[in-house]
Design a protein around this ligand. Structure first.
Ligand code: KE4
Length: 424
């Protein structure tokens, strides 16, 4: 038995499914989850000493690669001063200033401890500010596991959302309406039916939880127009795209200004951090400035702020960081497209910046329904092949490839060689 197998066997006895987050169980790819012992640069090392070239990057945070010396140094220094005070610190002010100086739509920001918490709080702020209850989300977009977001689309625009998880009372989802990604007409129908009751639309500006699905021309612009016209707030969930697609995330990349934005992952540099922010008049509704309550013992934790500040400053100050990351990513993804073409495969590869996804379907993937036509068994076969070749992909067809700055040209060629070996 490998160490990972032994650890998994032990883990399942004491942890639900043996993991602390479901996707880590490798359930949809039929492999034993690899228990990771350490990581450096572009590589993970598992408990058996096997090395993998990492295209998950902890689901996004490790955009610089693992164990970046400047980030580790900043955290070590912060830890020596104490781990947590439950009191205001200079680092939190610096973090709020850094994020709001970089992103034009962010006038105020509140730190929390996860993307889930950021979304839950932003939705509450939007409801508090507008005095309305309904929220529109999109099928296939994932916004963390707060009750109101765990919803299955009700059939037709008139029906309220039904819970998509056990333990979620219908009362928590009845105000969540589900629309079709890239379908502005559907959003207009929902607003025709509920317009004055809709507090906000929340959207992943690039879908990255149904695999990678790009916003089509006019989609994000349409959401911006519709929200403005109806006095609803537009919330960009940039937990994945924030500081990834550009220094100003997807809103900078596509030039659309949301009213609120949620962050996670990259802003924590690998430590548990989330944040939500945006218009001052909305954020001043949040306690203790205003009547919308939200709190957190470890929000703005000093060690986590040190990691986030170090990482964001590196992204801001490294010349041509995003140009270089996108150039390498483009080489990888277009290289994969060429292999698919040579193999006369009709599989679909969606990519933007350092995010990409190979869909095992011959249909263009533009929303959740088309993503779901993918052959997940075929994906599992590809996943296992790549793992054997030492390439660590997200263990699910409906996740993204995350390219980090630590991946070199040689490693991209090594990846393409492994892809070629599978398809040709
Ligand atoms: P967390 O609570 O996991 O920090 O963030 C929730 C979240 C919110 N919004 C978006 C767009 C997200 O992608 C996420 C979390 N992403 C998943 C990966 N698809 C996290 C991986 C996991 O659940 O273990």
């Amino acid at each position: 038995m490998t160490k990972s197998e032994m650890l998994f066997e032990r883990g399942v006895k004491r942890i639900p499914g043996g993991v602390n987050s479901p996707v880590r169980a490798f359930g949809s790819v039929g492999e034993t989850p690899r228990f990771i012992a350490s990581a450096k640069g572009a590589y993970l090392t598992d408990a058996d000493g096997n090395q993998y070239l990492d295209y998950v990057g902890s689901w996004g945070p490790m955009i610089l690669g693992h164990s970046h010396p400047a980030v580790l140094e900043a955290v070590e220094q912060a830890c020596r001063k104490g781990l947590s005070f439950g009191a205001a610190t200079e680092a939190e002010v610096e973090m709020a200033e850094l994020i709001s100086d970089i992103i034009p739509s962010i006038q105020m920001v509140r730190m929390v401890n996860s993307g889930t918490e950021a979304v839950m709080s932003a939705v509450r702020a939007a409801r508090g500010y507008t005095g309305r209850n309904k929220i529109v989300k999109f099928a296939g977009c994932y916004h963390g596991h707060s009750d109101a977001m765990l919803v299955k689309a009700g059939s037709g625009v008139m029906t309220a959302g039904v819970p998509d998880s056990a333990g979620v009372p219908v009362g928590c989802t009845q105000d969540t309406l589900t629309a079709v990604y890239n379908d502005i007409k559907n959003v207009e129908e929902i607003f025709d039916a509920w317009g004055q009751e809709i507090a906000a639309v929340i959207v992943e500006p690039v879908g990255a939880n149904m695999g990678v699905v790009l916003p089509e021309e006019g989609f994000l612009e349409g959401l911006r127009r519709i929200c403005t016209d109806h006095g609803s707030l537009l919330i960009f969930d940039e937990v994945i795209t924030g500081f990834r697609l550009s220094l100003s995330g997807a809103q900078g990349y596509y030039g659309i200004e949301p009213d609120l934005t949620t962050f996670g992952k990259i802003i924590g540099g690998g430590m548990p951090v989330g944040a939500y922010g945006g218009r001052k008049d909305v954020m001043e509704m949040v306690a203790p400035a205003g009547p919308v309550y939200q709190a957190g013992t470890l929000s703005g934790n000093p060690a986590a702020m040190a990691a986030g500040l170090a990482q964001i400053r590196l992204l801001r100050d490294t010349p041509d960081f995003y140009e270089e990351l996108h150039r390498k990513s483009e080489r990888l993804f277009t290289g994969m497209e060429e292999i698919l073409k040579e193999a006369k495969s009709s599989y679909q590869l969606n990519h933007v910046g350092s995010l990409g996804c190979l869909f095992f379907t011959d249909q263009p993937v533009r929303d959740y329904a088309s993503a779901k036509t993918s052959d997940t068994k075929a994906f599992a076969g590809y996943f296992s092949h790549m793992l054997k070749e030492g390439i660590y992909l997200a263990p699910s067809q409906f996740e993204a490839m995350f390219v980090s700055a630590a991946v070199t040209e040689e490693e991209i060629e090594k990846t393409l060689k492994a892809v070629r070996k599978y398809f040709l």
